[in-house]
Design a protein around this ligand. Sequence first.
Ligand SMILES: [Zn+2]
Length: 318
Amino acid sequence: MNRRQTIPKHLRYTINDFNRQFPDDNACIEHLKEQRFPGGIVFCGKCQQEQKHHRINGRPVYACNVCLTQVSPMAGTIFEHSSTSLRLWYYAMYLMASTRCGISAKQIQRETGVTYKTAWRMFKQIRSLLGSDDKLEGPATVEIDEMYFGGRTKRINMIEKPKTPVLGAVERKGGRVIARVAADTKKPTLHGFIKEYVLPGSVLFTDDYPAYDGIEGPNYRHYRVRHSGRVYVTGSRGQIHTQTIEGFWSLVKRGLAGVYHNVSTKYLQTYLDEYCFRYNRREMGNLIFTSMLRRVSELASRPALVPAQMKPAPTDAF
Ligand SMILES: [Zn+2]
């Protein structure tokens, strides 16, 4: 956890920076507006063209300078329909971006006084922004590995709870990672995963699990680490290993066990997305936060018009 100290000064973003940039809800709303409608300019549904908008005092909405039709920068984002203050949302994202191992809903509950349910739902919403379908850049040197998640073997109705298989690929130099929940770890699934995310021309390193058989060919060179023979690093320069992906798995496993305790199969992919999102930006220091904020706007649907009588925030938490 001391890696923060190795972050170059210009990439640091401390809690003091956060407090300075986002002292209150207003600052967050202005920030969101600038991300979604730079300079206050956005398409006005009534004028049927882009218009400059201005802030309506005391409300999180902006009105068209010409026809006064209102838009909300929160419409279509994860913040819509939430009565939690925008600053608290920003703070939750700041925390998630700043940790390496994950952040629990309990912690934000303790720090801010929101209910556990609200905190849990906020993190769930934030995590929903972090997925990516990017391929690894390449061709590259890639370690592939399969892993099972699902905690300790629990018995439910005397039936062993199955663990969930996850497939991972990590590029050694530059080090992007991809992790996907999979139906199984059979050959067609593993090969399908590799073809989907790893560019042809790449060199693959795997363990000696037989389902990788046959991946060697015109598209991929393939080296194996003989785990079953207890040989973990081979090759003249020790390059035949899968330690990078194993390092990533142990980061995720520690996090899920220590911070999140029980993660159901249903949500496992979103937790993996959170770990991949941070891992793939680990050179960015705490500017991961900026990148997370950008996702909010990138994934927002088109700004909806605010109904004539702007409703007050709903009374229940979401
Ligand atoms: Zn207008």
